[in-house]
Design a protein around this ligand. Structure first.
Ligand SMILES: [Zn+2]
Length: 253
């Protein structure tokens, strides 16, 4: 491996590294998820370039003897201000970053594409953060090869009626008909109504910028947002840490 490398990357998170430094976790289209130390990050030229959701070109030095990568310079192309000014947007951004870090079996170049485009959209005031999360989740699930069949049941192949409510199969991580569901259908937590299904079918193959501007009632937005969060939790095997807790639920309503 080369000692110096240059890559596009999105900062997903960073944490303290000694007294003065930060360890930065990033997503790169070519390297996937990787860590690099930002030495002296509190001051100096790297400050501001290693905050979560920054997108840019990162210059990285690989010390092979010490097995440490460090960031030597950053050209920021997206600073993410619009995200940090708003609590609901901030939570959604953290959730998307957490999903990126926990993805298994998908393609990192595709993940980089959807995450960078959704972060840029999320910074725009007119974009509704819950609808943006749903669009990201739909594409994230597709990258993992688990895109839901919204026209017929994946278990019994029964074609859905227009007004049919879909239930859920945890083994397949996908919606199914009522009689094939493998979890309790009484609570309706994993029920997908006809309005929500139509919206998902209509928007999932659109360009993101068009998809996030498709209107949806507040009631359907709230129901579908919770549904998509539960589906992501089911796929990842445990709840998204960035979306648990009461603060968030209030911020996102
Ligand atoms: Zn079925």
């Amino acid at each position: 491996m080369e000692r110096n490398l240059t890559t596009e990357a999105i900062v997903l998170t960073n944490k303290r590294w000694g007294d003065l430094h930060r360890l930065v976790t990033m997503l790169s289209p070519s390297l996937g998820i990787f860590d690099a130390v930002a030495y002296g990050a509190r001051k100096g030229k790297l400050a501001g370039g290693i905050d979560p959701f920054v997108i840019g070109t990162f210059y990285v030095y690989h010390n092979q003897a010490r097995k440490v990568r460090s960031i030597t310079d950053i050209e920021v192309t997206f600073q993410g201000e619009g995200i940090r000014e708003d609590l609901a947007r901030l939570y959604v951004a953290h959730a998307m970053a957490e999903m990126a870090m926990r993805m298994h079996g998908g393609d990192h170049e595709q993940l980089y594409g959807i995450l960078s485009r959704h972060l840029v959209l999320l910074a725009q005031r007119e974009v509704e953060p819950r609808r943006l999360f749903m669009q990201f989740a739909l594409r994230f699930i597709a990258i993992m090869g688990l895109e839901s069949d919204l026209s017929s049941c994946p278990v019994c192949a029964h074609p859905y009626e227009t007004q049919e409510i879909l239930y859920y199969h945890t083994g397949l991580h996908a919606p199914c008909c009522r009689s094939c569901a493998d979890i309790d259908t009484e609570t309706f937590e994993m029920a997908l109504g006809p309005g929500g299904r139509k919206y998902l079918e209509l928007t999932r193959n659109m360009e993101e910028v068009s998809a996030v501007s498709v209107d949806l009632t507040e009631a359907t937005t709230e129901r579908l947002f919770r549904y998509m969060v539960r589906q992501v939790n089911d796929i990842l095997g445990s709840a998204l840490r960035s979306l648990t807790g009461g603060v968030l639920t209030e911020a996102l309503q």
